[in-house]
Design a protein around this ligand. Structure first.
Ligand code: ATP
Length: 591
């Protein structure tokens, strides 16, 4: 497939305002993708070069792209820059300048999707002396050979600003229709994606081997599994009841999640977002080799820094200092880590995902016997809400976040938030017991004292998993420092869109819409019902439509933007509805 054809479809996708129409256009496009180039087509559509765990990123600076546009169109860098100041989007600048190029097109070369992908990969992986000029030259060559629409995407792609508004779920739905004519096969594609975290690979298997090849896909070492996630419940009684009378109740540690893959003497570590973080934690690699005495294994746990003199665990703020790329050795000395293992997914050739938790837990305890740095999570097994409550109180007293209760009979449910894991966190008066992770959908301009920052707050939303849409839940204007306001404004300016993105459902109109990309952590006094927001919106008997909203929302958390979550990993609409119901129950009990 020629890249120019794919670019035409992207152009259509951008102008579409309904999700269903989006699936149709994407399906049509995917039907034209040949065998052997599906993987590339999917990565490009995702705006990436490879799955997160491969760690290949563009990191291209705008200045560099500006130079390439100038070379390819015959304009000066200053002219490109002044156009960029007007459009705010270098893709549009490239399209415009290509349309009125001062250079005759000398190249009759029409690049295929695969060729563009391969060249982009080369640009990303070129390093060392002279690499900057080489990158500019390669990009300029591609722009020179492109038509204006093609040029728009050739420039946006390496800048990480494709602006298609397509998510993984949308791609899987389109793949399903492409291959089978119906949406039914999406479930199977999801299963495959959840165990390998590589949608390009799943798409290529489908394209070359058909449905059967996807059905055959299984867990493999060095392909991280998308993490199982927890639901919430506020009381011990409800937890025990929901888990069928017996629960494995574990301490909930506040560190960072690591998925550990070991094959012989090779070990790789993956983060919550499935990025390869092996280089950051040589101590965990060593501890795995020393203490995990099995050939092949995939297991998972929470890493926390501890005080070597007292054995005490450090809070998250200390632990997080270990997440760094430089000065690793020094930090290993200062802040040694423990890993509290809580699950096992693969053992010596055997897929453990389908084994009941009690068996997986037995296995992990057995394997980790006598370990020093890698330990199983502290836990009790109980039928008694009272006992669960006491364990929770004690955990909180010991400075932990709360507890995780687990269904003894459940399999490991990759990539989904289910009631086989239930979290209960310590809460403070006047605050929701858990913060929400919301996606930024738009922003409002500042007035009064905030006019200087041109920042008057954010429009934030949840992800509705069933509809594959983003729904608004709150306007967020509190909790920001001045530095955070400037940072947000700068980041958001780069992803502004002219109109509301197709997968956003909103009745509120912010001053600017943005591509759903960044996540903020928000707490509030309570969840209320509201006609203003579309989160969980339902038509009432009297014809009005009511959704959910937040009362007194404020920005919280350690980072302005959560770096470990993507837009589809926000708190879902379904979770908000659950939290609303639970909150109602609690307040009924309290009154
Ligand atoms: P989530 O990871 O569920 O999207 P989150 O990042 O906001 O949400 P929390 O809601 O605080 O995190 O809790 C879930 C996280 O708790 C897990 O992802 C895991 O990293 C951590 N965790 C700590 N202790 C345990 C445990 N015993 N079992 C499972 N997970 C645990």
């Amino acid at each position: 497939m020629l890249f120019s054809e794919l670019a035409e479809y992207y152009d259509k996708l951008e102008s579409i305002s309904s999700r269903l129409a989006m699936i149709d256009v994407l399906t049509e496009a995917l039907k034209l993708v040949g065998k052997g180039e599906m993987q590339a087509a999917i990565y490009i559509t995702q705006g990436t070069l490879a799955p997160a765990f491969e760690g290949i990123e563009f990191g291209m600076a705008e200045k560099l792209a500006e130079e390439a546009i100038a070379i390819a169109t015959g304009y000066t860098k200053e002219q490109v820059d002044s156009s960029f100041k007007k459009t705010g989007d270098l893709g549009l600048t490239a399209q415009d300048m290509k349309g009125k190029s001062r250079l005759k097109s000398i190249s009759s070369n029409r690049y295929t999707v695969l060729e563009v992908y391969n060249m982009m990969r080369k640009i990303a992986t070129t390093s060392g002396a002279g690499s900057k000029d080489l990158k500019i030259k390669m990009l300029a060559n591609m722009i020179a050979a492109a038509n204006p629409v093609e040029a728009k995407y050739i420039v946006r792609y390496p800048l990480g600003q494709l602006r298609l508004g397509v998510g993984d779920s949308t791609i899987m739905e389109a793949l399903s229709v492409m291959a089978t004519g119906s949406r039914e096969f999406k479930k199977e594609l999801e299963r495959a994606y959840n165990i390998c975290s590589d949608l390009g690979f799943v798409g290529e298997e489908l394209s070359t081997g058909g449905k059967k090849a996807v059905e055959k896909m299984h867990v493999a070492i060095f392909k991280p599994i998308r993490p199982a996630l927890a639901e919430r419940l506020p009381t011990a009684e409800e937890i025990i009841e929901r888990l069928g009378g017996t629960a494995s109740v574990e301490q909930k540690y506040d560190g960072f999640r690591l998925q550990i893959h070991k094959k012989g003497i090779k070990v790789r570590l993956y983060s919550r977002r499935l990025e390869d973080t092996t280089e950051m934690f040589p101590d965990i690699v060593k501890a795995t080799l020393d203490e995990v005495k099995v050939e092949d294994i995939i297991f998972e746990g929470e890493a926390l820094a501890f005080n070597e003199a007292t054995g005490e665990l450090f809070p998250f703020q200390e632990t997080i200092q270990r997440k760094r790329k430089h000065g690793v050795e020094e930090k290993v000395e200062q802040l040694p880590l423990h890993l509290f293992a809580f699950d096992i997914m693969y053992l010596n050739g055997k897929d453990m995902l389908h084994e009941p938790y009690e068996k997986r837990r037995d296995e992990i305890e057995h394997i980790l016997k006598g370990g020093e740095l890698i330990l199983p999570t502290t836990r009790i097994v109980t039928k008694s809400p009272k006992e669960l409550e006491l364990f929770f109180e004690k955990s909180v007293e010991n400075g932990l976040e709360g507890i995780m209760a687990k269904d003894m009979k459940a399999p490991y449910i990759a990539g989904a938030r289910k009631f086989s894991w239930i979290k209960m966190k310590r809460s403070y008066k006047g605050e929701l017991s858990d913060s929400l992770d919301l996606v930024i959908l738009g922003y409002f301009l500042g007035r009064g004292s905030r006019a200087e920052f041109k920042f008057g707050g954010l429009l934030c939303g949840t992800y509705n998993r069933k509809r594959d849409m983003f729904e608004t839940i709150t306007r967020l204007g509190t909790g920001f420092s001045e530095a955070q306001m400037s940072e947000l404004r700068e980041k958001l300016d780069k992803i502004k869109t002219k109109s509301k993105p197709a997968r956003v459902d909103s009745v509120v109109e912010p001053d600017f819409w943005v591509i759903p990309k960044y996540i903020v952590q928000v707490n509030a006094d309570e969840i209320t019902k509201s006609p203003t927001h579309t989160c969980g919106r339902e038509r009432q008997k009297d014809g009005t439509e009511i959704g959910y909203a937040l009362r007194f929302p404020r920005l919280v958390g350690n980072e302005t933007i959560r770096s470990d979550k993507g837009p589809e990993e926000t708190t879902t609409t379904q979770e908000v509805i659950g939290m609303f119901k639970e909150q109602k129950k609690v307040s009924l009990k309290e009154s």
